[in-house]
Design a protein around this ligand. Structure first.
Ligand SMILES: Nc1ncnc2c1ncn2[C@@H]1O[C@H](COP(=O)(O)OP(=O)(O)OP(=O)(O)O)[C@@H](O)[C@H]1O
Ligand SMILES: O=P(O)(O)OC[C@H]1O[C@H](OP(=O)(O)OP(=O)(O)O)[C@H](O)[C@@H]1O
Ligand SMILES: O=C(O)c1cccnc1
Length: 494
């Protein structure tokens, strides 16, 4: 591939303001102070009851050997925005922070840390933008895919989105996220090669149009392939497409593996029933009916309700673009920072809307499950030094509505954030996509079905520990006091 710079890499894939802030930290000599940043999203996408965490493998790839290349340095030197000594520093800089995250495929929720970066202010600040870029998109797509998997049950689910994706990166990584969320295969051959995702494909209308009739096209395909799925809707599904598919399947017998037919337009409930009848009567009860055409979980559910005889679902646009909600909206906030005396001070971001006030302090997310059957009880966000896994009982309350609370006993507490990168070294070996998909399905199984249903799911409890809550209230008080002082001072100066 031709690139403008042979040593190009992703380190400048960040917002300019990260670099301008870094220059300030550097010039003021605070760039090596310790800080903790956490990533979270405020509301679940698609009104779903959970999200599937994805994007970690690419984040780890990105962090490996992260550095400013010669052409990056040359580019920055030319830009008056950056000082020479700052750029000199970048030339020898290497990423040394620690990153904690859930395993890929983990079930995660809103308002809890889904990634934590601990290290120098400098390192943590630089990677905000790319990390959000990767996690926001891939988590969104894995979640959308999971919603589709929930609707189709055990039927086949194929990813067809590459042509409609927001460019090549989104197609590739979106496909991987879709697989994590439960898709069986992809039409994207590069994703197959790169990630080991099974590839699958039928054929396009072009084949039929080029031969100008269904029979000749299917026959040519059968002569050149063992596995065959014929696309039957180019001219008329029931009157020319399916009759031609049946004719070819009969003529070729065991010489081909007649997998079925694909419908890509029209009323797919009506058509699939007609197609099923014709295939059965022709002696092909095992031939499957594939369907595609702007499908999403809602259309699929409706088609199933109508008794459509569809066995395999091909989904493109609405999956790969997360059509009904194109952004997850995860944010990345500093929660603790070292002061001039070398002490860690927790920080808070205040907002007019209570939901947007950040949770200060370095935290761990504990997944609380029932000891008896492993079923989910909720997530418990605690300050880092708390040990809920060693407690006999746990008081859990909803931070937005503290009167919603419960005390639980006989529980297991599992920390969700695990060390993936330590002092700049990636220590986590990503499992295969198949293993990630299985892990995700197992995690989802532990969730009560009330949280899993696609429509109006129950809200999963994401609770704060008493200590984390008290800490937040105290910091809010401190900030109020600070704001009053500044306002008073300003008045006095007028
Ligand atoms: N029985 C059905 N119930 C609900 N939705 C359906 C049914 N059959 C098809 N659909 C959906 O309705 C939409 C039909 O879209 P559209 O009108 O663009 O398709 P078409 O005209 O049949 O085909 P095309 O224009 O692609 O040749 C698609 O999203 C399809 O998935
Ligand atoms: O509808 P989506 O969910 O986005 O799935 C992908 C679509 O891409 C193909 O159509 P296209 O018209 O691009 O090509 P074709 O000539 O093969 O039909 C395929 O037939 C699907 O309809
Ligand atoms: O293989 C298919 O049927 C396919 C691939 C990409 C897009 N639409 C359909």
């Amino acid at each position: 591939m031709t690139t403008l710079f042979p040593d190009d890499n992703f380190v400048l894939h960040t917002d300019a303001y990260q670099l301008t802030m870094m220059q300030t930290y550097f010039q003021k000599g605070i760039h090596n102070r310790h800080a903790v940043f956490e990533m979270y999203f405020r509301s679940l996408p698609f009104k779903n009851g959970y999200a599937i965490f994805a994007g970690l493998e690419r984040v780890l790839d990105f962090l490996k050997d992260l550095h400013f290349s010669a052409s990056d340095i040359a580019y920055m030197r030319e830009n008056p925005m950056f000082d020479d000594d700052f750029v000199d520093y970048l030339e020898q800089w290497r990423f040394k922070a620690t990153v904690r995250a859930p395993r890929e495929g983990e079930v995660v929720f809103n308002n809890e840390p889904i990634l934590q970066v601990e290290g120098s202010i400098f390192d943590a600040q630089l990677i905000e933008t790319p990390l959000l870029n990767m996690i926001n998109y891939q988590t969104l797509i894995a979640t959308k895919a999971s919603r589709m998997r929930a609707v189709v049950g055990n039927q086949g689910l194929l990813e067809f989105g590459t042509r409609r994706a927001q460019e090549m990166d989104a197609a590739l990584w979106g496909t991987r996220a879709a697989f994590i969320g439960g898709f069986n295969a992809t039409s994207n051959v590069r994703a197959g090669k790169r990630f080991g995702i099974p590839i699958s494909g039928t054929h396009a209308h072009a084949l039929v149009q080029i031969y100008r009739n269904d029979y000749d096209a299917f026959k040519a395909y059968a002569e050149t392939h063992r596995d065959a799925v014929f696309l039957v809707d180019t001219y008329d599904t029931l009157r020319s497409g399916v009759p031609s598919a049946i004719r070819v399947a009969k003529e070729f017998g065991n010489r081909i593996n007649f997998l079925g037919v694909r419908i890509d337009s029209g009323d797919m409930a009506y058509l699939s029933k007609g197609v099923r009848k014709m295939l059965d009567e022709a002696g092909f009860p095992d031939a499957k009916i594939y369907a595609s055409n702007d499908l999403d979980e809602e259309t699929i559910a409706s088609l199933k309700l109508q008794g459509a005889k569809i066995d395999v679902w091909g989904v493109g646009t609405k999956l790969i673009t997360a059509f009904d909600q194109p952004a997850l909206g995860a944010v990345y906030k500093v929660v603790s920072v070292e002061n001039e005396f070398g002490e860690m001070v927790d920080t808070i971001k205040i907002s007019g809307s209570a939901a947007k006030i950040s949770n200060p302090g370095k935290k761990q997310v504990w997944r609380i499950t029932r000891q008896s059957d492993g079923k989910s009880q909720g997530d418990y966000i605690a300050l880092w030094d708390e040990k809920p896994d060693q407690a006999d009982s746990l008081f859990m309350f909803n931070p937005a509505y503290p009167y919603l609370n419960k005390t639980i006993v006989d529980f297991n507490a599992r920390p969700i954030l695990e060390e993936m990168v330590v002092d700049g070294q990636v220590i986590y070996q990503s499992p295969s996509v198949q293993e990630i998909q299985e892990y995700s399905a197992e995690r989802l199984d532990n969730l009560w079905s009330e949280y899993r249903r696609g429509l109006n799911p129950q809200e999963y409890p994401v609770d704060l520990s008493q200590k984390a809550w008290d800490h937040k209230m105290n910091l809010i008080k401190d900030v109020r006091h600070y704001v009053d002082e500044v306002a008073k001072d300003f008045e006095n100066r007028q």
